[in-house]
Write a protein that binds this ligand. Structure first.
Ligand code: DAH
Length: 379
């Protein structure tokens, strides 16, 4: 069928070229004596080349047995540099203008025909290889479980932070944040830690090389700074909790790290007592650790609370030291513009790593920061 169509086309072309040759309108026909004979020859060469191309390509394609052989044949017939089709194209461009349109169509038809011949052979040979290398469809066991997709999860320290925030929220404490780069006022002075206090020693703090005017800046050494920032901007009653990073130049060991997290709680309400403080800490401990956890106070000292205590929780039959607390010192209330005769409140602070380590039975807090997924995956 195809071949027949091709011959039709070619005969149309022949008759047209004959008309052109005799009309004498073509450019090359202007060259006396040469015109008609030259056209006929080049046209004949062109048609013969197309014929040969169409006749030999199917045989060549049928003869190849693998993809490498097919590629070799493709280069021979369709290769862009020196394939047969390229030679035919050269003959096409040597034709007189009147013949070129019809010859061009014939050229395109031949090209399409042989190209699809190669495409079909390519599919056949590639499919054959596939069939050899791939197991039959029914050899695949669709009941074998797939590879599990590994999902990350929240870091245990962040989990602890969110849990404490959630427990405190139930007691009416709002979560607030403060900056990690602090000034002398918020980290020390407003908290009644005067200039000569050893807590301000450069060896015990990360002072920054930049300062705000004459005021040296530092990475905050405690989250008590947030108490000041909140009280400066709001009026009582207040119930806030702030959880965040603090920095101290400690040598890293099983219980110390130069960066760690603290929970800071502050309640300012009329008529607050140490009993309220103890109730809140007991609620926090019981909700966080589970069961009814007892809390005890030991007398202590912090510049910003009076009286001050350290508080322990009973855990696994032992008393574990958890943090510091106390009634907010009147000097602190005055520093933020509150009237110490009118308002009172309590504050407490504890280490997030410490309570997370207790709860999860982690012996070395450095494990929280090693980023070893075998460790982190357990939480
Ligand atoms: N800021 C103290 C520290 O870094 C902890 C602390 C003690 C916070 C007593 C408080 C407090 O709010 O009342 O060790």
């Amino acid at each position: 069928m195809r071949r027949g169509r091709h011959l039709d086309c070619r005969s149309r072309l022949r008759s047209r070229s004959a008309v052109t040759a005799s009309s004498g309108r073509d450019e090359s026909a202007g060259r006396v004596g040469e015109g008609a004979a030259g056209q006929t020859d080049s046209l004949r060469d062109f048609l013969a080349a197309v014929d040969l191309f169409l006749a030999t390509a199917p045989e060549a394609v049928a003869g190849v047995t693998d993809l490498a052989g097919l590629e070799q044949a493709r280069i021979e017939f369709l290769g862009a540099r020196s394939g047969q089709l390229k030679s035919i194209q050269k003959l096409l461009s040597g034709l007189v203008a009147a013949d070129r349109a019809a010859a061009g169509r014939q050229f395109n038809e031949a090209k399409t025909e042989v190209t699809s011949l190669f495409a079909a052979a390519q599919e056949r040979l590639a499919g054959g290889n596939d069939a050899i290398s791939r197991p039959a469809a029914d050899a695949i066991d669709v009941t074998v479980p797939g590879d599990p997709v590994l999902l990350g999860h929240i870091h245990p320290i962040t989990q602890t932070i969110r849990q404490v925030q959630e427990i405190m929220a139930r007691l009416g404490f709002e979560s607030v944040d403060g900056p990690e780069v602090e000034d002398q006022w918020h980290n020390f002075e407003a908290l009644a830690i005067p200039t000569a206090h050893p807590a301000r020693d450069p060896l015990d703090n990360f002072y920054l090389a930049v300062a705000r005017g004459a005021d040296p800046l530092l990475l905050r050494s405690q989250t008590s700074t947030v108490q000041i920032r909140v009280m400066e901007n709001r009026r009582p009653p207040l119930r806030i909790v702030s959880l965040g990073r603090v920095y101290r130049p400690d040598t890293a060991d099983a219980t110390h790290y130069p960066m760690f997290h603290q929970v800071e709680g502050l309640l300012i309400e009329h008529g607050t007592t140490m009993a309220h403080l103890k109730s809140v800490l007991r609620q926090l401990a019981s909700s966080f650790l589970g069961g009814d956890v007892r809390v005890r106070f030991r007398p202590s000292f912090f510049p910003f609370t009076e009286p001050s205590v350290e508080f322990d929780m009973e855990w696994g039959g032992r008393w574990i030291e958890m943090g510091g607390a106390g009634m907010v010192d009147p000097a602190v209330l005055a520093a933020v513009g509150y009237d110490p005769d009118e308002v009172s409140g309590f504050a407490f602070g504890l280490g997030v790593e410490r309570i997370a380590a207790r709860r999860y039975g982690v012996a070395d807090i450095r494990d929280f920061y090693r980023n070893d997924v075998r460790f982190l995956r357990q939480f």
